[in-house]
Design a protein around this ligand. Sequence first.
Ligand code: ATR
Length: 257
Amino acid sequence: MHNAAYAALGLNWRYLAFEVDPKNLRAAIEGARTMNFAGLNLTVPHKLLAVDMVDELDASAKTWGAVNTIKFENGRAIGFNTDADAIVTSLRQDLKVELRGVKVLLLGAGGAGRTAALKIGAEKVAELFLVNRTASKAEAIAGEVKKQFPSVKVFVGYPQGEIDLLLNATSLGLKPEDGSPMDEKQFSLKQARAVYDMIYKPAETKLLAAAKAAGCRTANGIGMLVQQGAKAFEIWTGQSAPVAVMRRAVEGSVYGV
Ligand code: ATR
């Protein structure tokens, strides 16, 4: 998506992928700086490690405790996080969901679930319900959200009535044999107006298929992938990202369309 964006804007830039052993991350960042790279993206497991390896943390990286984007500026490495904003932007653009004042059920309390919960809290939803296989992790995140955003009502467990958004941040659905991330005895999809699955491959998880059948608006996580990239593009180049171009490139690569 980045190379498509550079081509669209006539920039003589290249985006390349490198596989780096976590034990060599510091050396890799130094190498990129020395070679005058404009910046880097980092993915699992480097996002947490990089927090201690940059010269400066942007507020986004401080808030989320993770760096997925580095910009080199006058020899300094500045760490950013573009993942959390991408959730909100994709929910808005792909699902027409505005988070302020609404009711949300969030499934999953791993890395993605924690970031989503805190970002949803920051957007001042009215009520946030957290469900996770390991309940203690949901409890811990509920505590963090309550502390940081006291106006948000936070519960661990399924809601009784209707909700505006169900968001899957578990990894269940990635594999064909995976079941639903949700206990259908405790919550019916008919109670949800919109369903977002952070998984984008397969394009339609069992959860999204069932949600469509139940009449919910649905979107998968491809928009989040595109939006975190678009934000990184803007950080590096200082130009508006050609989001539609980037999205077409991602869809072409992921779905072969
Ligand atoms: P990520 O960075 O993608 O969030 P993760 O931190 O490994 O990855 O978190 C995976 C999430 O999917 C967790 O919420 C996990 O539940 P646990 O906290 O109980 O491990 C959830 N998950 C993974 N496999 C699952 C399964 N078979 N059933 C239910 N939840 C599952």
